[in-house]
Design a protein around this ligand. Structure first.
Ligand code: TPP
Ligand code: MG
Length: 240
């Protein structure tokens, strides 16, 4: 939250914003302002893990819009060629910033986009947390066993535009409302827990704890000062 609001206590000291949420300590290597570029970075991280001989798997997330970018396929080639431990996750929420996947991609089953390189893939109901967990577990096991990359296409949805500059005119209000009322992933998880016998009061306690955590993060961010102008050029370039 501090990074999002450009504060000194943010992960990148408030100078990166949403595109540079980065925590070396948590092995979280952030997003990227260039759509699709995080896929090659994630593949590079997988190469580092492969080279070091550890058992880590790099997970790289990208949208269905990003999935048509050229460097995604350069990354697929290298990952398959070198059998790198990388899990590619396409978050197919049906829309990019200006148009639908049907209008922007000639491929209609994105889980098969790695086929020319022999990268196995699966489509997953991304609105069902248990389905996501099961698919991710199997895919990570594949990567960790030295079998090379794996591709998961998570079928999901986003209720808002990509950003404030996306008026989301590519779909109807009714479509959004229908997804919200019939397919919401949190409502679905709540129902799954209720079916397992979890009490309403326990669900409310989870909700309250989450709200408290978010409020604390927002308060922390707002209490943090903005970066000192003297910091403008620090942490921008690493001399090797
Ligand atoms: C190379 C490049 N082209 C265009 C943009 C502008 N842009 C930012 S996000 C976005 C749409 C991305 O769509 P998708 O990958 O489906 O992501 P979603 O917002 O749906 O998660 C575009 C075109 C960019 N940041 N980088
Ligand atoms: Mg999208």
């Amino acid at each position: 939250m501090a990074e999002l609001t450009g504060r000194r206590d943010g992960y990148s000291h408030g100078k990166g914003g949403s595109m540079h949420m980065f925590s070396r300590e948590k092995n979280f290597f952030g997003g990227h302002g260039i759509v699709g570029a995080q896929v090659s970075l994630g593949t590079g991280l997988a190469f580092a893990n492969h080279y070091r001989g550890n058992d880590r798997v790099a997970v790289t997330y990208f949208g269905e819009g990003a999935s048509s970018q050229g460097q995604v396929y350069e990354s697929f080639n290298l990952a398959a060629l070198m059998k790198l431990p990388v899990l590619f996750v396409i978050e197919n929420n049906k829309y990019g910033m200006g148009t639908s996947v049907e209008r922007s991609s000639a491929s209609h089953d994105l889980s098969k986009n790695g086929t020319p390189w022999g990268i196995p893939g699966a489509q997953v109901d991304g609105m069902d947390v248990t389905a996501v967990h099961a698919a991710a577990k199997a895919a990570v096991a594949h990567c960790r066993a030295g079998e090379g990359p794996y591709l998961l296409e998570m079928k999901t949805y986003r209720y808002r535009g990509h950003s404030m500059s996306d008026p989301a005119k590519y779909r109807s209000r009714e479509e959004v409302q229908k997804m919200r009322s019939e397919r919401d992933c949190i409502d679905h998880a709540r129902q799954q827990l209720a079916d397992l016998g979890v009490e309403e009061s326990e669900l409310k306690a989870i909700d309250d704890a989450v709200k408290k955590q978010i409020q604390e993060a927002a308060d922390f961010a707002q209490a943090s000062p903005e970066p000192d102008p003297a910091e403008l050029w620090t942490d921008v370039l690493a001399e090797a």
